[in-house]
Ligand binder design. Structure first.
Ligand code: RUB
Length: 323
C-alpha cells in the first residue's frame, strides 16, 4: 500500500526533476517522514515492512549519489531496535526532521568555510550545479569580495543554466562556456570549486561527468581544486572495497532516438558521473571543516560512524547466521 508520494518522489528523482545530491537526500528523508506519519498499519512488523519497501523504492532511483542511501540509513536506523509501533514511527519522523535540518545547516557551514578559500579578485570555475559549491561562491560575493565565475554548460542536461541563473540573481559576473572550452580558459581561473555525489575512502570524488577533465586541466595548470561536500556524501561501503556505481542514462538525452535509430553502427554512451582521483583535489570542504582528500576515512569513521570494525561486526553476524 505504498502511498502515492513515495512513488512520486522516486519518479521525480529518476527524471531529475529532483536532482543534486543534497536535495535528493533531503527529499528522500521528507518522503520517509511523510510515509511514517501517514501510513496506517496495525503493528510494528507491518510498519517495518512498509518502511523498508518505501526505502528500497527510493534507494533504487539513482545509483551514484551516496547521499541517498546515507540519508535512508540515517532515517531508518533504530527502527529495528524500537519496541513499539509508536516508538518506531516517532523515531523515523524525528531522525528525518533532524537530517533535513542538519543538511541545510551543513550547506550553510560549507558556504562559510569555502568562502574563506576565495580571495578578493579571484576568478572561479564551477562545473554542473551544486548548491554546496555555489554556496561558497555566493558567500564570498556577499562578504564583499570581488569575484568572477566561469560556469560550464554541462551537456547533456544543461545544469549550467541553473547555475548561471543563480549566479546572475546574486549579481555575480559570470562567463558561460561550453564544457570543451575549460582548457582554453583555465589560465584566467584562480580556483575550481565543484560539488560531489560521493567521496570514497581513498579521497576520490564522484561528480558530474566532465569533473575529472576539469580537475585534470586545473592540475596541469596548477590551479587549485576545491570540492564542497557534506559529510553524508562520503561513502562508507568503499571501506570494504565496494565501488560507486556510475549511472549511465538513456542515450536519447544526447541524441534523439530518430537520429540514433538511423545510425545502426552508432551506440550513444551517456555516463552521468565520473571519478576524479584524490591527487587532482587540493581540499574537500565539509561542514566539519576542510580536509585534504586523504583524510576521507576520518570523516566516514567520525561523522558517519562507520569504522572498519562495524563491518567486522556485520560480517560476524552474517557468518553466524549462515552457520
Ligand atoms: C548533480 C551533480 C552535483 C552534485 C552536488 O548531478 O553532479 O555536482 O550532486 O550537488 P545531477 P549539491 O544533476 O545529475 O543530479 O552540492 O547540490 O548536492
Amino acid at each position: 500500500m505504498k502511498l502515492m508520494f513515495v512513488t512520486e518522489t522516486a519518479e521525480k528523482i529518476k527524471s531529475m526533476e529532483i536532482r543534486g545530491a543534497g536535495r535528493i537526500a533531503r527529499e528522500v528523508a521528507e518522503a520517509l517522514r511523510r510515509y511514517a506519519t501517514e501510513i496506517r498499519v496495525g503493528d510494528l512488523a507491518s510498519f517495518r515492512r512498509e518502511m523498508d519497501g518505501a526505502a528500497q523504492t527510493l534507494v533504487a532511483t539513482r545509483p551514484t549519489a551516496v547521499s541517498l542511501p546515507n540519508a535512508v540509513h540515517i532515517v531508518m536506523s533504530g527502527i529495528e531496535r524500537a519496541l513499539t509501533l509508536e516508538e518506531a514511527q516517532d523515531g523515523v519522523i524525528l531522525r528525518a526532521e533532524q537530517f533535513i535540518h542538519s543538511s541545510q545547516h551543513a550547506v550553510e557551514k560549507i558556504a562559510q568555510f569555502g568562502a574563506r578559500h576565495i580571495r578578493d579578485g579571484d576568478t572561479i570555475l564551477t562545473h554542473c550545479n551544486s548548491e554546496a559549491a555555489l554556496g561558497c561562491i555566493i558567500e564570498a560575493h556577499r562578504s564583499g569580495k570581488e569575484i568572477e565565475v566561469f560556469a560550464t554548460e554541462v551537456r547533456p542536461r544543461n545544469q549550467g543554466l541553473i547555475t548561471i541563473r543563480t549566479l546572475d540573481d546574486a549579481g555575480i559576473k559570470t562567463n558561460f562556456i561550453v564544457d570543451s572550452a575549460v582548457r582554453s580558459f583555465i589560465h584566467e581561473v584562480d580556483l575550481v570549486i565543484v560539488g560531489a555525489d560521493a567521496v570514497t575512502v581513498n579521497g576520490a570524488v564522484v561528480n558530474k561527468i566532465g569533473t575529472s577533465q576539469v580537475a585534470h586541466t586545473a592540475h596541469e595548470a596548477r590551479v587549485n581544486v576545491v570540492v564542497a561536500a557534506e559529510t553524508y556524501k562520503f561513502a562508507p561501503r568503499t571501506i570494504i572495497g565496494e565501488l560507486i556505481t556510475i549511472e549511465e542514462r538513456d542515450g536519447n538525452e544526447i541524441l534523439a532516438d530518430e537520429i540514433s535509430g538511423s545510425l545502426p553502427h552508432v551506440t550513444v554512451r551517456n555516463p552521468a558521473f565520473d571519478v576524479t582521483p584524490a591527487e587532482y583535489i587540493d581540499l574537500i570542504v565539509t561542514e566539519a571543516g576542510a580536509i585534504p582528500p586523504q583524510m576521507a576515512y576520518i570523516i566516514i569513521r567520525e561523522y558517519l560512524g562507520w569504522g572498519i570494525e562495524e563491518f567486522h561486526k556485520t560480517f560476524e553476524i552474517n557468518t553466524r547466521n549462515e552457520d
